[in-house]
Design a protein around this ligand. Structure first.
Ligand SMILES: Nc1ncnc2c1ncn2[C@@H]1O[C@H](COP(=O)(O)OP(=O)(O)OP(=O)(O)O)[C@@H](O)[C@H]1O
Ligand SMILES: [Mg+2]
Length: 129
């Protein structure tokens, strides 16, 4: 049976397979305008509504700010403000946040024995900047 959401959306069988896929990694490859973003949107909703995953535990990454904003706006329209607890952002913004966090952790815990969180070999750079 195909996935539906309310009265307005009925997924195709391929979309249903992707939306309801088990939690393992999944890659969607399809032509322009065939419904990839729509599939991603309803997969996001499916994780929350059908699998009980909290929005704050979902990360969605896009290439452009515009795509991130569009995804957020479409999700808010469908399932409300809870979506704002999720992280929907661009690759650049997410990596920048991660870099800032790691720098903060290193500064606050300078090479303390047993700290697994930030420890890395001394000849390794995590980011090239
Ligand atoms: N199952 C469906 N039933 C009806 N309309 C659908 C369905 N899936 C997608 N659409 C509609 O098809 C259009 C294109 O969908 P979408 O934007 O998700 O495609 P896309 O593959 O992400 O496109 P692009 O390649 O431009 O990024 C949208 O108007 C969307 O609402
Ligand atoms: Mg798209």
């Amino acid at each position: 049976m195909n996935y539906t959401h309310g009265e307005r959306f009925r997924a195709t069988s391929d979309q249903t397979e992707a939306i309801c896929h088990d939690s393992a990694p999944l890659m969607i490859l399809a032509g322009a305008g065939t419904g990839k973003t729509t599939t991603l949107l309803y997969r996001f909703i499916y994780l929350i509504e059908n699998l009980g995953i909290k929005p704050e535990h979902i990360l969605a990454i896009t290439y452009t700010e515009r795509a991130a904003q569009e995804l957020t706006d479409r999700l808010v329209k469908k399932i409300g403000e809870q979506v704002r607890d999720a992280t929907i952002t661009t690759f650049h913004s997410f990596c920048y946040s991660l870099d800032t966090l790691l720098r903060l952790c290193r500064r606050q815990n300078p090479h303390k024995e047993g700290n697994q969180f930030y420890r890395e070999p001394s000849n390794t750079n995590l980011f090239d900047n």
